[in-house]
Write a protein that binds this ligand. Structure first.
Ligand code: SF4
Ligand code: MG
Length: 335
């Protein structure tokens, strides 16, 4: 498979008046062409800051400290703002949690899709309108010929998110970054939007990064999953590996907090206790040590390296060391 994006040892910090908040502390991963990858973690894990770094949309006082972001062979860290403007929306598109903040209430949905098409593809107005209708149809908006002239407030929440996806995809980006795209939606609509993303991934060959705090959301859409915590990747593997053979205690904790249908209501949600590390003063050892039920002395003293279960499955945890005690954990997830 061909590489589309390669993030290499990315470090991003926020230089606040109280000190440097190390939001991303050395993140490396690859996204291949046409592949959907889930990035999962709690808020503050660095998952959104990583994607804002890729988009070069970090807000003050955030700054990429070091590392490379190789996209189609070129380092985005070195691009000028002007160069990034033509990459954003055109080669890399992004959708966010709340479509209402990204859609402009005073223009019709159709106008907003057309604007993107005209700006990036130089289409005529007539061509752009046809394309806009076609995009609305593609994302499952009923009667797109009529709906194209609606304003955002005339759309339901789920339809607005579909419209956002239509705008994002109208320029056929190589990469779509979706940051919590379904979090604001109710469960039924959430499932429909995820189904749509899965469907689109197959129809158009866009690579997708799906960012979420909810491991349950990525299972169906993504072939690989990256689990982040405390500004670092804790574990990466195929969806199968992450769900059925997790190696990192944090991943196991996330799996236990997924609501499951086969057990009774009271047992359903077992949140991971404690709070994420203070990234103003990141711990020198494992970032998860303070919350980990298996923490050992070495965990507090030394940052674990990545241990590879196989070429694509890695975890940053001392438990994978040959001499570590063996623990087997039942996450309750069944095939
Ligand atoms: Fe837990 Fe230690 Fe593994 Fe960190 S390195 S997740 S503290 S066992
Ligand atoms: Mg976020």
């Amino acid at each position: 498979s061909e590489k589309l994006l390669e993030v290499r040892n990315l470090k991003t910090s926020f230089y606040t008046h109280v000190g440097e908040v190390q939001a991303v502390r050395g993140v490396s991963y690859t996204i291949n062409k046409g592949e959907a990858v889930g990035i999962v973690g709690e808020s503050g894990s660095g998952k959104s800051v990583t994607s804002m770094s890729i988009m070069r949309l970090l807000q003050f006082p955030g700054k990429i400290k070091s590392g490379e972001i190789i996209f189609k062979g070129e380092d985005l860290v070195k691009k000028s703002n002007k160069e990034m403007m033509s990459i954003r929306g055109n080669e890399i598109a992004m959708i966010f949690q709340d479509p209402m903040t990204s859609l402009n209430p005073v223009y019709t949905v159709g106008d907003q899709i057309m604007e993107a098409i005209i700006r990036h593809q130089g289409a005529s107005k007539k061509e752009a309108r046809e394309k806009a209708i076609e995009m609305l149809r593609l994302v499952g908006i009923p009667s797109p010929e009529k709906r194209v002239d609606n304003y955002p407030h005339e759309f339901s929440g789920g339809m607005r998110q579909r419209a956002m996806i239509a705008i994002a995809l109208s320029c056929q980006p190589d990469l779509l970054i979706a940051d919590e795209p379904t979090t604001a939606l109710d469960v039924t609509i959430q499932a429909q939007i995820l189904e749509l993303m899965k469907d689109l991934k197959e129809k158009i060959n866009t690579s997708i990064i799906l960012i979420t705090h909810d491991l349950g959301v990525v299972a169906d859409v993504c072939s690989r999953i990256i689990v982040m915590y405390g500004g670092l990747i804790m574990e990466e593997g195929t969806s199968e590996e992450i769900f059925y053979e997790p190696k990192h205690p944090y991943t196991m904790g996330l799996l236990k907090s997924i609501p499951r249908m086969d057990i009774d209501e009271k047992q359903r949600l077992i949140p991971i206790e404690g709070t994420p590390p203070d990234l103003l003063k990141p711990p020198k050892g494992c970032p998860f040590a303070a919350r980990c039920p298996y923490a050992m002395k070495i965990c507090v003293e030394h940052m674990p390296p990545y241990f590879y279960v196989n070429e694509g499955h890695r975890a940053m945890c001392w438990l994978l060391h040959d001499e570590a005690p063996k623990v087997t954990v039942d996450t309750g997830v069944r095939k």
